[in-house]
Design a protein around this ligand. Sequence first.
Ligand code: G4P
Ligand code: NA
Ligand code: NA
Length: 194
Amino acid sequence: GSILKLLEDKIKKEGIVLPNNVLKVDSFLNHQVDPKLMYEVGKEFKRLFGDLGVTKILTVESSGIAPAVMAGLAMDVPVVFARKHKSLTLTDDMFTADVYSYTKQTSNTISIAKRFINDQDKILIIDDFLANGQAVSGLFDIADAAKIDVVGVGIVIEKTFQKGRKLIEQHNVRLEALARISKLTDDGQVEFEN
Ligand code: G4P
Ligand code: NA
Ligand code: NA
């Protein structure tokens, strides 16, 4: 993988280490988006998950959308993003799940309209970060409620020192993270696995 090298170089060059083990990557992923880099990310997810018969990609707004759409483009499947704001009407038509954010110490309800998923779907979940795994777990809750099969989880940046991977491994699906960060140091350096 050269996408791995591209991504790690970008993180080293433009990532900013904030307090509380947060990596700011708003120059290419979380605010401004680098489309070419994201397209490489999407093609890598196709390489990693292309043999599983995926029919639909799920993510959560907002930062999951860029990598998820590029994966959908590469794999030629639709992309659905769970919405975070509470919908006051038509809740019978939505699947919902509660997601707690350790970073922001707030709880969000995420929701997906029932009409955009059906029980024949084979789902690939894509997200920008894997930290504590709460966002991905919320998507698993929705998939369970909808009785649909999740066949894989693809992550752009994993912080391996947090507990997300353990949580997702309980679901026995293929889990692939591209950049895997083992440590964010006090002096602002980013260390990768291997
Ligand atoms: P989790 O989903 O893995 O449990 O993440 P956690 O609750 O710890 O974090 C909440 C939000 O912060 C999530 O985004 C998650 O993607 C993001 N996040 C976690 N760690 C980092 C990090 O080191 N750097 C950055 N940039 N983001 C991180 P979200 O609430 O869904 O927000 P967004 O998608 O609207 O940006
Ligand atoms: Na996110
Ligand atoms: Na985020």
